[in-house]
Design a protein around this ligand. Sequence first.
Ligand SMILES: [Zn+2]
Length: 300
Amino acid sequence: MGLLWGIDLGGTKTECVVLRAGDKEILARKRTATPVEAGYGAILLNIRRLMHTVARENRFPLPQTVGIGTPGTLDRETETLKNSNTTVLNGKPLLKELEDTLDMKVILENDANCFALAESTLGVVRKVLPQAQTVFGVILGTGVGGGMVCDGRVWKGRHGIAGEWGHNPLLENGDACYCGRRGCVETVISGPALERFYRQQSGCRRSLKEIVSLTPTDAAARATLERLVFFLGKALAVVVNILDPDVIILGGGVGNVPALYEQVPAALSAWMFNDRLTTPLLKPALGDSAGVLGAALLQA
Ligand SMILES: [Zn+2]
């Protein structure tokens, strides 16, 4: 029986899944906390321990290959990780040291790419638009990222940053971004950026979920939602004009705002080089599981 092993290495949790190769059914799944405080070496050993536990508990042999998804990307020239918000991993030769620690081949991939791959292969795209060739998976939450899948494969790009629309410039002289630039998409429409905007407008500190629920009665909440719709449309138009994907998936916490599916198509059309937009905006179907499932699918 062929098995596909995947690991989602997140900043707070590390999860392992084992799928049956043929029908991709989940045979085993286990998660642990990521020991970020204990440092880089402990994070690697924790993955090894988790895989050994899953193998032992389910009487599976350890695999020869595992797919691992994590924030950030491996730099082609230096072979070290970059752009990860689990900053302890940045600058480390993660792929090589994972292979040494686990004693197996590792396929390392950005977590947003894993999300896009899982939603394409097992999630909403397979259900709604199985003939889609190009899929753009948006992560819109604490951070803003994304991944691209073309013909069922992750599109990595020359620098490994394909799909990173969250750091495209959006506002001249905008807020400082952790990436060192100003006015990136992420500084305008990430969850924290919208909550900050609402606080400036209203003087009140509220979560985005609360803000959205207040839109019928609260002018500052309406202004925040309008800002999200306007700038999300404008930022996604850049993606559409270049990639023109068959479908866009709106993942991450901000993607849970129902109004986006009604209002963003018009906001996007206004900036698009075409007289109408037919690209479906879809809500993801796999929830929290997309990252780890996508990691397992890397070797499929
Ligand atoms: Zn940035």
